[in-house]
Design a protein around this ligand. Structure first.
Ligand SMILES: Cc1ncc(COP(=O)(O)O)c(C=O)c1O
Length: 349
């Protein structure tokens, strides 16, 4: 398929803003109305905080590409993966005309971003195993369906979506297959980023917010075909990623072994919580998890949720998405024990 054929006309015709830092990052810089005297705070990393950042994230993309064994041209970096969800909708979906498919229960931002952009969503249920019912999807696709969102591992259910179904969709669907891999670092299967070379319409997003422990920094990225990466760079805000974020991520990439250690520790704690929940009276179901959270069921989840808050423990009530369910993020051993003890007391009444 030709990506151009599914891009909004105004985006194809758009003459993007050309920013000063696009052409020149060094020299006597008197082109962007910055403050040549310097920043009003201590520039601890000596990264030129008084200057605008590189709009194309070249250094960061090079380092990330090397870490992922990919080509820089296939990577886009955003202010969290949420920015990439929004940009994707804006590139491909004509407000009030086009639509997007979501597979429920799933991450709520896909629909919110569509609502903000006045793009309608067709919500289809995942099957009983929380996998894609391909026949249902094929039946629901209309000529105006531009994007299908797939969250794998899925939030809040915690399972991986079968890569075979995803790739079949990518090959057959004349639109964008958007795979959100925010939690892939905790999963037992590899990321699909290696597959972006195979089809032009696959976007795979990942984030530094989870395994890397950098949710406060706001950085996510996606791998895709060169055509889609160029479109993302064409329409994003000129200086979306700030220099502090870039610098932290460059340090993080050098420190990836620490991320790997965190992932192992989180997986150990996930097993600990799962075993405890499985043997706890009042817990009716514990879902398998390929993520850093666990979905479980009990009677009166809303009341359990509120009682946990009263003792200072905050989890998430997901019963509007999966009947009787609560979702708990994996914490440190101390936090997990407090949560489990609190929950046990509440369930014992
Ligand atoms: C499935 C999923 N995708 C994306 C995000 C947001 O990621 P980011 O922090 O990179 O915007 C979340 C956050 O909870 C998530 O659960």
């Amino acid at each position: 398929m030709k990506i151009e054929s599914i891009v909004r006309k105004n985006i194809l015709q758009l003459k993007p803003y050309t920013s000063a830092r696009e052409d020149h990052l060094t020299g006597i810089l008197l082109d962007a109305n910055e403050n040549s005297f310097g920043p009003v705070v201590n520039d601890e990393w000596n990264i030129g905080l008084n200057r605008y950042p590189d709009p194309f994230h070249n250094k960061l993309r090079e380092e990330l590409a090397s870490y992922l064994s990919m080509r820089k041209e296939n990577l886009f970096i955003g202010v969290g993966s949420d920015e990439i969800i929004d940009l994707t909708i804006r590139i491909f979906c004509e407000p009030k005309i086009d639509n997007v498919i979501t597979l429920e229960p799933t991450y709520g931002m896909y629909k919110v971003v569509c609502d903000i952009n006045d793009v309608s969503t067709i919500s289809l249920p995942l099957n009983n195993n929380f996998q894609i019912d391909l026949e249902k999807v094929y039946k629901a696709i209309t000529t105006n369906t531009k994007v299908i969102f797939i969250c794998s591992p899925n939030n809040p259910t915690g399972n991986l979506i079968e890569p075979k179904s995803i790739m079949e969709l990518a090959e057959k669907f004349n639109g964008i297959v958007f795979v959100d891999e925010a939690y892939i670092d905790f999963a037992s299967q590899d990321s699909l980023i290696a597959k972006v070379g195979r089809v032009p319409n696959l976007i795979v997003t990942r984030t530094f917010s989870k395994a890397w422990g950098l949710a406060g920094v706001r950085c996510g990225f996606c791998a895709s075909s060169k055509e889609i990466i160029n479109l993302l760079y064409k329409i994003k805000m000129p200086y979306n990623l700030n220099k502090l974020t870039s610098e932290v991520i460059l340090h993080a990439l050098k420190n990836y072994e620490q991320k790997d250690k965190f992932v192992q520790a989180i997986k150990n704690e996930r097993k600990f919580i799962k075993d405890e929940l499985n043997s706890m009276p009042g817990i009716t179901k514990v879902y398998p998890s390929e993520t850093n959270y666990i979905l479980f069921e009990c009677e009166n989840p809303s009341s359990v949720y509120t009682k946990l808050i009263e003792i200072g423990i905050v989890i998430r009530d997901r019963s509007s998405q999966v009947k009787n369910s609560l979702r708990v993020s994996v914490g440190t051993r101390e936090e997990n024990i407090k949560f489990l003890n609190g929950l046990k007391d509440i369930l014992a009444g």
